[in-house]
Ligand binder design. Structure first.
Ligand SMILES: [Ca+2]
Ligand SMILES: [Ca+2]
Length: 214
């Protein structure tokens, strides 16, 4: 590549790289499922204080979270934000509008062991890939998001949750992240070439014979 071509290409790529960075939306990488099906939440019938149903049919993907005190009434009733199971190992199957590649599944759980008997699961199986949990990933009496990293491609993705013995498992949100967008990598490689060309330009200037010295 000639010096002229290098400088010219570096200018074009610098503009493309900056554009790629600027046009990336704040939510890039997050994939919202079109719909999902889930094992029906449980409650009174299984000895719960309240019913821990999916009250709206979209509670697991609505962006609304419970708080550390799982019993809290945030305006819609005690523990309304949670979906809970105790006598079944629930399966959640998420559907996407088109084939996607998911590389991270984030599941928000509650842990409240004494009295309430809400434990983290022993295992989460995502698209056939099993993740074992110790049960101590979250501090007791808190809620928090656990991240499961892998690579799953398709129109749908299943999440199977195995309860810890005969104890409740509580989930309020499931989120999916995609691999970085191609524009991101194009931008990164463009910036790399810009750096290469600028370094080459600096080296050529440094090696140029000096004039006027006596
Ligand atoms: Ca939610
Ligand atoms: Ca609920």
């Amino acid at each position: 590549m000639s010096r002229h071509q290098c400088v010219k290409n570096s200018h074009v790529l610098l503009i493309l790289a900056l554009f790629a960075v600027l046009v990336r939306p704040a939510t890039a990488g997050i994939i919202v499922p079109a719909s999902y099906t889930a094992t029906t939440g449980q409650g009174w019938a299984e000895g719960g204080t309240w019913n821990y149903f999916d009250d709206t049919g979209v509670q697991l993907t609505d962006g609304i979270y419970g708080v550390d005190n799982w019993t809290a009434n945030l305006g819609y009733g005690n523990a309304q934000e949670w979906v809970g199971w105790i006598t079944v190992n629930p399966t959640l199957t998420f559907a996407f509008n088109s084939p996607v590649t998911v590389n991270k599944v984030s599941i928000d759980f509650a842990r409240a062991e004494p009295g309430a008997g809400i434990y983290l699961p022993t295992q989460v199986t995502i698209g056939g890939v099993a993740f074992a949990l110790s049960g101590a990933e979250l501090a007791d009496q808190t809620r928090g998001t656990l991240e499961f990293v892998g690579s799953w491609t398709g129109n749908s993705l299943s999440v199977e949750i195995t309860t810890r013995g005969r104890n409740w498992v509580f989930v309020d949100e499931v989120q999916f992240s995609a691999v970085p967008e191609p524009a991101h990598w194009a931008g990164a490689s463009g910036l790399g070439l810009v750096v290469f060309c600028l370094h080459r330009r600096w080296r050529m200037q440094r090696n140029r014979p000096q004039q006027g010295s006596r």
